[in-house]
Design a protein around this ligand. Structure first.
Ligand code: C6P
Length: 422
């Protein structure tokens, strides 16, 4: 089965070992933890992924062996730290298929990357009456920066609706695209629903009306192979901590000609060529956007996480997770009162759900007593909750280190929830 082929529950295959998950789990020490007297079942990878030992070792080795500031010193440690930092940029470039390392700007994560584009590109290019199109399934990080930009520029935010399965309504979306549309900002994989959006088609449609496109890849890069040149998106953002790397580091990809023409986002050291009170000259891309001392250790950890994931192979990860999602979907569907929120035909390994008569926070609390970690709430996607007329959902989100046995533990604990509350 390829990652492009949706599988129905009736076609559920035997647990085909695309990955040696038992061996892989040994790389993640935290998965051996006991929580509330039970082995941890970590089903909250959409919030943040766990880290393989190799990532922690790389960060430790960086601080132990070559910690120094980058791009500044002539001494050996600074040279090594700079090589490590720029080496990580090259890994990010190859990971998402950018044509050159200069197109990768390190930042704190997806949120900061979107704010950078809004404040630098957006404030320069948008005028009163221009339009920005987002979807109803965006994370707050891909809504609020555009609302702020609209307040600053007089631009208008348009929202493409979704259907009851949590899929983008194509005709309504393309109907919003006009000569007024200057930017389309779209999630590739929904954190709250799991929907995988047809981003290549979205980019083509937006470009046909002259708009630029930003893709929020925070939830896609841990699950799908991404090639920004193939997608032809203008900007792409993701966070390191959702891709098995550390927190506090992420990346913005932008097409070189766009980044080059954009003004700086923040001012300070590193982002300048020369400073005087009469005139300051900015540095070249990407340094123009990296004011101050960057997260060097974070970049090293992210680079190692990318190596780790690339070695597993994203095709294998996608195939394994697709089977696990089908298994979890089939196993949970028979639970009394269980309602899946988000049933797109093309989905990543996210199960958002409600149980009739039980508040999602109670579901989360009872599961926690069984050592099962899920997220409950609005998942920073309140418009999604409003669309489904819900205050919150419970969300089990899986990664390649999760197993069918863990899904079984989830189903059995949900059975207890139903027993307690109904
Ligand atoms: N979603 C979740 O539990 P940061 O916080 O910058 O690393 O990522 C923000 C972000 C942006 N886009 C999408 C699609 C996301 O899912 C997230 C983070 C987490 O769903 C934490 S709210």
């Amino acid at each position: 089965m390829t990652s492009a082929t949706p599988m129905t529950n009736t076609e559920l295959p035997a647990n085909r070992p695309t990955l040696d998950v038992e061996r892989i789990r040994e790389d993640f020490p935290i998965l051996r933890r006991i929580v509330n007297g039970k082995p941890l079942v970590y089903l909250d990878s959409a919030a943040t992924t766990q880290k393989p030992q190799a990532v922690m070792d790389a960060i430790s080795a960086y601080y132990t062996g070559c910690n120094a500031n980058v791009h500044r010193g002539v001494h050996q440690l600074s040279v090594e730290a700079t090589e490590a930092y720029e080496g990580a940029r090259g890994k990010v470039q190859r990971f998402i298929g950018a044509s050159r390392p200069e197109e990768i700007v390190f930042c704190r994560g997806a949120t900061e990357a979107i704010n950078l584009v809004a404040q630098s590109y957006g404030r320069t290019h948008l005028a009163p009456g221009d339009e920005i199109v987002v979807s109803h399934m965006e994370h707050h990080s891909n809504i609020v920066p555009w609302q702020i930009l609209c307040q600053q520029t007089g631009a208008v935010l348009r929202v493409a609706p979704i259907n009851d399965a949590g899929e983008l309504l194509w005709d309504e979306f393309s109907g919003l695209l006009t000569e007024r549309t200057k930017l389309v900002a779209m999630i590739q994989v929904s954190n709250a629903l799991g929907t995988i959006n047809p981003v290549k088609r979205i980019v083509e449609a937006a470009h046909a009306c002259g708009a630029k496109v930003l893709i929020d890849g925070a939830q896609s890069v841990p699950h799908l192979a991404v090639d920004v040149q193939h997608l032809d998106c203008d900007f792409f953002v993701f966070s390191g901590h959702k891709v098995f790397g550390p927190t506090g580091i992420g990346a913005l990809y932008g097409k070189m000609e766009l980044l080059d023409a954009m003004p700086p986002y923040q001012g300070g050291g590193e982002m300048i060529k020369s400073v005087s009170f009469a005139e300051t000259q900015y540095n070249d891309v990407p340094h123009k956007f990296e004011a101050g001392t960057p997260n060097i250790a974070g970049s090293v950890g992210l680079g190692t996480a990318i190596d780790y994931l690339s070695e597993l192979g994203l095709e294998n990860v996608a195939a394994y997770e697709r089977e696990l999602l089908a298994y979890a979907t089939a196993r949970t569907s028979g639970l009394p009162g269980f309602r899946l929120i988000g049933s797109a035909s093309n989905k990543a390994s996210v199960l958002s759900f409600v149980i009739d008569g039980v508040h999602p926070h109670d579901v989360g609390t009872i599961l926690d007593q069984q050592g099962i970690a899920i997220r409950t709430g609005h998942h920073c996607a309140q418009p999604v909750m409003q669309r489904f007329d819900l205050p919150a959902t419970a969300r089990a989100s899986m990664a390649f280190y999760n197993t069918r046995q863990e899904v079984d533990a989830l189903v059995s604990a949900l059975g207890k929830v139903v027993e307690v509350f109904t």
